[in-house]
Structures are given as structure tokens and as C-alpha cells.
Design a protein around this ligand. Sequence first.
Ligand code: ADP
Ligand code: ZN
Length: 748
Amino acid sequence: MPEAAEFRLESEDARPVQAARRVRVLLPLPFPEPFDYGAPAGLDLPPGSYVEVPLGPRRVFGVVWGEGDPAAPGAVPDAKLKPVLRRFDLPPMPEVSRRFVDWVAAYTMTAPGTVLRMAVSVSAALEGPRVLTGYRRAEGDPPDGFKLSPQRRRILDLLADGPPRPAAELAAEAGCTPAVVRAMADAGVLLPVPLRSGPRFAVPDGALPGPVLSPPQAAAAEALRETVAAGAYSATLLDGVTGSGKTEVYFEAVAAALRAGRQVLVLLPEIALSPQALDRFARRFGARPAEWHSDLPPPLRRNTWRAVASGEVRVVVGARSALFLPYPDLGLIVVDEEHEPAFKQEEGVIYHARDMAVARAHLGRIPIVLVSATPSLETLANAEAGRYGRIDLPDRHGGAELPEVTLIDLRRPDAAPPPRHWLSPVLRDALTETLAAGEQAMLFLNRRGYAPLTLCRACGHRLQCPNCTAWLVEHRLSRRLQCHHCGYTARLPDECPQCGAEGSFVACGPGVERVAEEVAELFPDARVAVLTSDTLLGPRAMQEMVDRVKAHEIDLLIGTQVMAKGHHFPLLTLVGVVDADLGLSGGDLRAGERTFQLLHQVAGRAGRESRPGRVFLQTHMPDTPVMRALAAHDRDAFLANEADARRQTEMPPYGRLAALIVSGEDERTVEQAALRLGRAAPHDRPELTVLGPAPAPLAILRGRHRRRLLLRGPKGLALQPIVADWLAAVEVPPGVRVQVDIDPYSFL
Ligand code: ADP
Ligand code: ZN
């Protein structure tokens, strides 16, 4: 029994294995439960300890989840128990973080280990900072007999009066190998010194004064400070138009939490995590917060994770995954732009970061503030029911007027653009006026590329992605066709693969590149920039573009939602929405709500200072509640209408949904599994409705066939146990995957 022998070797005293402590260790793997391991005598393993344990032939990290019980059913006998190999030098994962992992796992119906893997997403961080060796010059001249080659001389020059530097860096600059540096150290010409790895995190100062707040802002700030002082769970919606000072107000709550010595988490949608947002924070608190998102370079990621765990980092501004960092003393959570769909993670563990943040605040008994100019119906329903507090900031700071919003009815012949053009004469005239006045304009179209569909003029064949139920989108700038779902790209073929006609392809419909073409034709002298995720690679490119717009090096911006976010351009007075109806097609439950939120935000870009702004929405549906509400600035009318519709159909937030997505490479097996699930659905319970199975709108995605089922239940009924029973009753064949999406936001 090698395991036991190994265990005895590892433990310091010779007592038999049976006498050792047993701990439950959660591994970052999709097992349903933690496993038992033996705790070698002398190794202190409080709950939350990060440890290394054997798993088959591998060694994996894990977290001590609690005491083991040898009498528990199915427990590994003592004699077979494997030992914890070592404990990492870190403060234990806090109890609240562990309960949060379990809670999220239960809510989303995922294995707790899978959630743990999100919480410890940088396992390299467990090892501690790497200590680098740097080199400096020894005092005095090189010893006799030490030949000063040109490379060696360069290294000595590089170190003349600067700080010690690592061998690799010196070698790279001197044009030699690191061995040359080490040989110089062996000869005593250079001296090795340990280098501290990674920068320290500056400490934000909660005592610095903010701006003088207006009376409504001051009242709002005071109310939030009180929730922080209460030191208990509370959720508060901070609702106010863009520019009303919501950020200044929640900064006051952040300051209060900092003064109380607590940690703070500000969650932002990934796209809003811009250098400006961090700079603004730095101006207010004297130090940049730690940032957390998927693009963080690995060393910084490691350092940040450890500094959060040790409590050194006081404030994290991050995307949704920042919620899972192991804060030892989190005292406040702010979710800015709480309505943003980007808070829903659709892959791996499917969760909504806003909702999980509320749960985290509840578990940690701390306040959470949900901030938005266009709150989600979910949050509004909670505020109406009295579960969340609510603070309104009615006016734009400094009294800036809301822009005038005009609907352009594209159905009217005089408003329709000329054939194969996309800008109505009304919008063209407005652009002309704005540019003539020396002001800036923005055209918004939430569609990358040149054209969303390319077809053969001769036979009607449409170019489709080979892996997905989706058209290929032509990108002229990169001269490629692209699938926006799986990333497949190809060259535009010379001849139609269907009928062989040559040069027969025509572009249908506009993307931003095509609008840019039209603009170039209309305003050849205007300085135009196209802003999409294709043209703006990373936050730095975005920052440069923002600076150029502010410096008035650009007259006209054309872009997708990457430019809808909080940038503040004083000269921008005109916003044109090329296709306001774009988000309304498709059967998405929240299509109207999202369209309102997005277009409201886009409209808010116009006229943010003394110059009044104008917004034009091109639409074929000027009579829909969304368009009418946008034109009348009547958000509440829109929301009331939307809430009524949801209430009548018992849709969220007035009912609950869970989706099952069945997928696999073989269509027949997927179909059969879906039918089997459909038959086993809880049809006998009158309070539940089951829809499907039906082919998903994206019936094929990345080569996998997909079917969907949707379960709807009344508000207040937990769907998880029902789904668990349902799944347990069906045997899913190999090669087929069933994903559960609780509270789905995507219906694709
Ligand atoms: P929101 O978050 O609601 O969009 P912000 O907090 O970003 O609003 O405020 C909009 C702009 O007005 C920002 O530039 C902000 O610094 C400024 N501002 C808001 N309130 C004040 C105030 N009381 N004093 C000075 N500037 C303010
Ligand atoms: Zn594809």
C-alpha cells in the first residue's frame, strides 16, 4: 500500500496513520465534493489553507474545506488516506469566500471545484513571489587577469550608477548571453543581490476631499455612507441620468469604507474598465486601484491575487471575475452599470456577476450599491418590493440639458436613404450643419465589418460559416470574411461555390465600414475615425483615440458599442443611430430593454456641456414603446410598459427561467438526448411550463449541434432542485453535453 507508506514517511512522528487528523480538501476540478486527505502531524491546516495534494499520479492544489469524518458514508478508510503534501504560505481562504464558492456552485448547478478554479484562477500565485537575482558592480577595479571583453565592458557600463539589474536584462542590452553576466559574478566583478519582485500597491486615501456636492448628491452620499457605517448587509440602487454625478456619489461610500479600514470592490463591465476610469479613481484617492480583468499580464495577475489575499490591496476595480478574489475584509461592493449584459458570463460557470455580487454582500454582511442610468427590470422590481433601497439623482450635474431626440421614420419616402446608402437626408443635413459649426458628430451602428451578409447575384447563394448557423461578415479593411460567433475567417472567393459565377458577390446591408464609405463620399474633408473592437486593440488604443477626439483631431466618429461608454467629449453635439431597430429582432425576452439601455447610453454622448446636443434615431418602427420612450425621454413609461408585459407573461423578474442547452457533434444523438429530456420534463406540475426541445437559433455553433429547452416557474420558486431531479431521470449519451443556465440572458 504505497500511499500509506508515503504518508508515514511524510509525517514527523511514528504514530500510526489512524491517529492522524483527516481534512476535506476541495480540488479545482469538476468533482461533486471535496476529498478526504490525511493531515501530517505538525502541519497546521486550519480551514481555508491552500495545500498541495496527490491526485492519482498528479499533484494538484486544493483548499481545506473542513474536517473529515471517517464514519461518513463512503469515506476512504484511514489506511488508504493520502497525505496533504504541503501547505502554501498564504493566509487561509476566508470563510465567507468558501461559503460563497459553495453558494455559487449550488445556485448555478456547477461543481464547487469548478467555481473554486475561478476563485483561484492564477494557481501560480500560490507559490509566492519569485525572488529574482540582480547584479551590481563590486567596489574597486576588476582583479588582475580578468579580461575586459567589449561585452563585459558594456555590462559594467550599464551598471555604472544604476540599480542592480537581472542577468537576462543586462545580457539583452549588452548583446550577450546571461552566462557572461554570471561568469562575471563568479569572478567577483559583479555581486548578486535579491530583487524584490513586483511593485507594491499604492494605498488609496479615503481622507482626501472630493468635490463639493450638490444638495441631492450630498444627500445620496450621506445615505450610502450610512449603509457603510451600519456594517450590515444592504442593497441600494443608485439611479440617475448619465452625468448626474453617480460616480462622485459612490466614491463617497468608497472613501467611507477606506476610512473604516475595509477593502472595496468596484465591478465594471469589462469594456468600461478603461485607463480613464482608473485615472479618475487615482485623482480622487491619490492612488490607482488594483485592476482585475481577463487581459492582465500574468505576473501582475499573480501579484494582485496575493496582495488581495493578504489584505494589502485596499480597492479592486475589476470585471466580473474580481468578485471571486479572496478578500479577507471586504466592506463594500459597488456594481457600476448594473444593467449591463456583460455581467453575465456565458461560458464555463454560467453566472450573473451582479446577482452573485448581491449574494456575496449578503454572505459577508456588507452593503452593495447597484449603479445605473437605466436600471434593469430585475433591480427595479427588487427596489419596488422594498428589498433594495433606492436613491435617485434626477439632474445632470451643472444643469446640462438632455439632448433633443428625433425619430427618423425610414418608411417615409422623403426620409429614406438613396439605394445602397444608409443615411437619411435628414441625418445628412444634420451632419452637414454640425461639421460646418466646427462641432463633432458620432454615427452609431452596432455591427462590425462592411456588410453582415454577402450573396451571389447570380444564384442567391449566401456565404455561411461552415461551423455555425451564421452568415459570414465581410470585413473590407482586413479583406476577410469573418464569423462573429466562432472566429472562422476566409478570403472572399473569386467565384460562387454554388453556381461558379465569377465576381458575382454583393454586399447586403451596412456595417460600420460601409457607413464610413458613405461618409467619405459625403464629407470628403471630414476627419473620420472608425471605432470597433477590430480597430481598437486594447485599452491603450482606446485611450489614444479618446485623446485625439478631445484634441479635435477627429470630426466624425463611426463605431459600435465600444464607443457607447462614458467618454466625455465636449464638442460632440450630434449622435446619429444608423439602425435603431437592430437589437429588436430575434426572440430575446430583453430585446426592448436592452435596446432602450444601449440607445439611451449612446444618446447620452451628445451635448454634455454647454452646447445642446441632438440625437437622430433611424427606425422602421417609430411607434414601438422603445422608440417613443427614447424620443420623449420617458424612461419610466417604457419601464412600466415593459414590466406589464413581463408580468402578464410571468417572465423575469415576475417569473423564473432555467435553460437547458443540449449540444454535441452528432446531430442525431443530440436530437435523441433532447427528446428524452423533453419527455422527462416536469410536465405534471401545473405551476411549471416547459418549452422545447427546439433547435437553438444558433442551431450549430463551433461545429456542435444545439437544442434548447426552457423551464419557467413562478417567482419565488427555486428551479434548481426541479432541474436536478429532471436531469437525474435522464441518461445522457456520451458525446452529448447538457448545460444548465439558471436565469438565462442569452437565448441563442
Ligand atoms: P455619472 O456617474 O452619473 O455619469 P459623474 O459622477 O461621472 O456622473 O459626473 C459627471 C461629470 O460631472 C464628471 O466629470 C464629474 O466629475 C462632474 N461632477 C459631478 N458632480 C460634481 C460636483 N458636485 N462637483 C464637480 N464636478 C462634478
Ligand atoms: Zn462560425
